[in-house]
Design a binder for this molecule. Structure first.
Ligand SMILES: [Zn+2]
Length: 405
């Protein structure tokens, strides 16, 4: 009996010892890190930290003072780091790491980031990456991608964003970085972007990802507002049909979005200029003669559009259509059409087009999870699992541990 109690105590001690070691890793216990591209180019940057930090190049460590800016620049493919007095601290063609020695975030051009920074130089420019645990990365993604208050909608977003990011990590081992920090991948704002509600959603779904037939569902995607119905992936991206990216009826869940319906009007002259400019070095179509919808997807999205001008005609497919039908926004800048879910009407006078009107709905490509729809469903009482299963046909919510052994 005494021996039994002793072994029980030893086991408890071992358990708490191991639990203590867990602080070396992200909260879910997995040492999965992601390399996020923060900066690319030849423009010098400033690096600092509220607490002492250090640069490491070729195994050599250089201590840096807190609250002072260190200028990083490139000259003839060599990386140059100047100390706060402007004196050259180091000149090297090797990659550099920047590590906080007190656990405080590092600052790049005044913005704070968790984890460490890595600087790679070459071809007349340098790349600055933020390397950090995947779970910490997500804390800086959610507030920029989906800053709402509904916990279940945020949790759905966290699982999709984690799945997307893990897919990028698994495909980029031979690349300089895993993911960019702009919305073309996933918007990432680092430590300064973090909010309590979004951080809670990441922590409460820690390590959860989406799988399909036992494999990571690495094609998952999302968009702001579907406008009533999401779309099959092949009709938008021209890729092979993916079972879990079938269009579904959003059941008006996203109708509170201000982009649920919209109307854009162009004069013939303005739209033909936009279309001709979009053709770049390709042959211009000249004066606009007609626009016709040739094909639509299951949601009603235009998947093929015929545009005819005096010098010829073009057929535009999928999400490319949005780039050809740009319109001037409130700031006077041209932006892509909100979505491809629209009907076209032409005003014709004496055989010539005078005005073109697109009567449409939704914002974004329309594939995968509709964010405003997820919000609407969460408000109706659905939990994040139900929301994810609704938008992604046949997927399973799994633990990512099996993919990162
Ligand atoms: Zn929707």
């Amino acid at each position: 009996m005494k021996l039994y109690n002793l072994s029980k105590i030893i086991l408890i001690i071992i358990f708490f010892f191991l639990a203590g070691l867990g602080t070396c890793y992200p909260e879910n216990g997995l040492p999965v890190s992601i390399r996020v591209l923060l900066h690319s180019g030849a423009v010098p940057v400033k690096i600092s930290s509220p607490a002492p930090f250090k640069f490491i190049i070729n195994g050599k460590q250089m201590k840096a003072d807190s609250a002072k800016d260190y200028l990083v620049q490139i000259k003839n493919d060599a990386l140059i780091i100047n100390d706060p007095d402007g004196k050259e601290l180091v000149k090297s063609c090797s990659p550099a790491s920047v590590i906080s020695t007190a656990g405080e975030p590092l600052k790049l051009n005044g913005k704070r980031y968790r984890g460490k920074l890595q600087i790679l130089a070459g071809n007349g420019k340098f790349l600055i990456l933020n390397t950090l645990p995947l779970e910490d990365y997500l804390l800086g993604v959610l507030p920029l991608e989906f800053n709402v208050k509904e916990a279940e909608a945020l949790k759905a977003q966290a699982v999709v964003a984690r799945t997307y990011a893990l897919g990028k990590i698994l495909k980029s081992s031979k690349k300089d970085y895993d993911i960019t920090s702009d919305p073309s991948n996933q918007a990432y704002g680092g430590f300064d972007a973090e909010t309590l509600l979004c951080s809670n959603a990441v922590k409460e779904t820690s390590g959860q990802i989406l799988t399909f037939n036992g494999k990571l569902a690495d094609s998952v995607c999302y968009h702001s507002t579907c406008g009533g119905h999401t779309e099959d992936n092949e009709k938008v991206f021209g890729t092979k049909p993916i079972s879990y990216l079938r269009g579904v009826d959003c059941r008006e869940s996203c109708k509170d979005s201000r982009f649920y319906t919209w109307k854009i009007t162009w004069s013939r002259e303005s739209l033909e200029k936009i279309i001709n400019d979009s053709l770049g070095s390709q042959k211009k179509i000249g004066k606009l003669r007609s626009i016709e919808i040739l094909e639509q997807g299951s949601s009603g999205r235009v998947s093929k559009l015929l545009v005819e001008g005096e010098n010829g005609k073009i057929v535009i497919s999928g999400d490319e259509i949005r780039k050809f039908l740009k319109f001037p926004n409130d700031k006077g800048r041209l932006q892509n059409l909100y979505s491809t879910l629209f009907k076209i009407s032409l005003t014709i006078d004496k055989g010539e087009i005078i005005q073109i009107e697109a009567d449409g709905g939704g914002w974004g490509h329309g594939v995968g999870m509709c964010q405003f729809g997820a919000l609407g469903m969460a408000k109706k009482g659905m939990d994040y699992r139900q929301i994810l299963l609704y938008y992604f046909n046949g997927i399973k919510i799994d633990d990512m541990a099996q993919f990162v052994k």
